[in-house]
Design a protein around this ligand. Sequence first.
Ligand SMILES: Cc1ncc(COP(=O)(O)O)c(C=O)c1O
Length: 394
Amino acid sequence: MAHSPSGDQLLSRRSQVEPFHAMDILAQANIRRNEGADIAYLCVGQPAASAPKSARDAVCELLRSGSIGYTDAGGRQDLRRAIATHNKTSYGVDIDPDRIFVTTGSSAGFNLAFLSLFNPGDRVAIASPGYPAYRNILKALSLEVVEIETSAEDRWAITLESLTKIHKEGHLNGILVASPANPTGTMMKPETLKALVNTSRELGIRFISDEIYHGLTYGTETGINETTALEFDDDVIVINSFSKYFCMTGWRIGWMVLPPNMVRPIERLAQSLYISPPEISQVAALHALGSLEELEKIKEGYEINRRLLLNRLPELGFDNIAPIDGAFYAYAEATRHTNDTMEFAKRMLAEADVAATPGLDFDQERGHRFMRFSFAGDHATMVTALDRIEDWLK
Ligand SMILES: Cc1ncc(COP(=O)(O)O)c(C=O)c1O
């Protein structure tokens, strides 16, 4: 009788991606919470604040009308126009609304961008440390992930030198950067971003800019202005989202800005992969774009949390915090306490009821020395978490 394959043999090689450890810590934290523990959550990049009120009100209205359906694969025209206007007010860059493509969170944007730009085996560069889903999505699509190690000296950003060196070693088909970045929160200086965009174009490397943390920058203090890659080249792919600045993680809604010749190919893929982004979330997003005053107030809260972490983490033995130019993370060295932050994070959760993320998610080589603390929660949670960590480390 023929031997039938079983278990792992039936799974594809490309499904063998690393777990997202932050989500695993979150799952553990949720188990403890369901058992009655009062957990301080600093492990995920999720705003404690709700989506803007006008967005929630509009959705209540829509629910009453009952008419919620498929939309164009690239999103409703009114939302695309509003995003184009938002681009103009944020950066002074004019974008034809037809180049805006609305997606089911930026996560769907990555799938669509990678699928439309690259063939299996193509090489795509990302920064290490960096957001782990980049690595995992690229691998799942049978692309070669080229991780470029970054350092504190270079603000944890890919430099022109490292890009050209790696490209000489083997042709790169794409590069993906984020500024502000996750987990470090650091931003590239506009001239660094410009140099990377220009050189990538000259070398035939497709440039993808993840601008999900735009809006959440603390420019007055850092002196680095928020800059979109679109200022330097129309041929880049910009990926953005309503998850972070707009406080809409669970609504799963984001957008891309595409070069004109990519709109139709992406539309064809999106029609089959997603049909359309959720209409209810599109309506909410449209109203969120008109709620910047409310969102700026929420950002003021992050600024206070940021200052608290910058003051207290070093007192608690967490060193060399990456400059928090933007986003809502403090990425710090924990070597005064441990050389195994995965074990440390698990113990912190079990013994101090504080959930934070070990660096291994973001950097497989050096992450065991780092912890990431998210300050997207409310201020009371930050204070409680830091007090608990202090008591626990005594
Ligand atoms: C850098 C970065 N890009 C993209 C995402 C995905 O966001 P979403 O799919 O909610 O838009 C995240 C989520 O944490 C992130 O940190």
